[in-house]
Design a binder for this molecule. Structure first.
Ligand code: AMP
Length: 211
């Protein structure tokens, strides 16, 4: 069983690398932000609850998020493990996670805030499934169209500079302290996210070839 957490600030490449890792290890990719966004799009009760928090760049309350993740990880495709992007984001969420599953690896992809701001300004996301692109560094084959599913690409509502600054601030205050929690359990693998996408990917593969 492999319970893999993708960890790093906005724009560090979790989405891009998570897609590769999930395909390579044949494990489902669970992305909390995408689950929220698809619920918002289809107008579910969960979506209505989460919408305001997400637009403002704030965290959705734990009682909503924890339950959503617990249910998702209990689905049959997660029996051999999962690649989880976006959870946990606080020590309280990490403690909740430990009550219902096992974490075996935390991949910490680090970039500076300045690089995060540069990347997010040019990030484009596919409307249907949240596949991510960068206008210069990782462009789609056809401008404005997702390579994977052909759906339109757009800029996320919370990828504005104001919401991004708030999200980075929450990352540093509430999420980053989690690294100590997982370091004490010797589960952290540090990766330099300010390299080319292909190099970050070979660094990640190396972790699973040796461990
Ligand atoms: P992301 O796509 O990971 O940047 O997440 C987008 C937004 O979804 C965040 O800014 C939060 O509002 C919400 N969100 C995602 N994951 C969590 C989480 N673990 N706890 C609370 N809110 C979350």
């Amino acid at each position: 069983m492999r319970g893999i957490l993708l960890f790093g600030p906005q724009g560090s490449g979790k989405g891009t690398q998570g897609e590769k890792l999930s395909a390579w290890l044949q494990l489902p990719l669970v992305v909390t932000g995408n689950i929220f966004r698809s619920n918002i799009k289809s107008g579910t009760a969960l979506g209505q609850l989460a919408q305001g928090y997400i637009q403002r760049g704030e965290l959705v309350p734990d009682e909503v998020t924890n339950q959503m993740i617990q249910q998702r990880l209990a689905e049959p495709d997660c029996v051999n493990g999962f690649v989880l992007d976006g959870f946990p984001r606080s020590v309280a969420q990490a403690e909740a996670l430990h009550n219902f599953t096992t974490v075996t690896h935390l991949l910490h992809i680090s970039i500076s805030d300045a690089e995060a701001v540069r990347r997010i300004a040019e990030r484009r996301t596919c409307v249907a499934n949240g596949h991510v692109y960068h206008v210069l560094y990782n462009p789609p084959k056809q401008a404005g169209v997702c390579d994977s599913d052909g759906s339109p690409l757009q800029q996320r509502e919370d990828d504005t500079e104001t919401a991004l600054r708030r999200r980075l601030d929450i990352y540093h205050r509430a999420t980053e302290p989690l690294l100590n929690y997982y370091r004490q359990r010797q589960l952290v693998f540090d990766i330099n996210g300010e390299q080319l996408i292909a190099k970050v990917w070979t660094d990640i593969q190396a972790i699973f070839q040796t461990v």
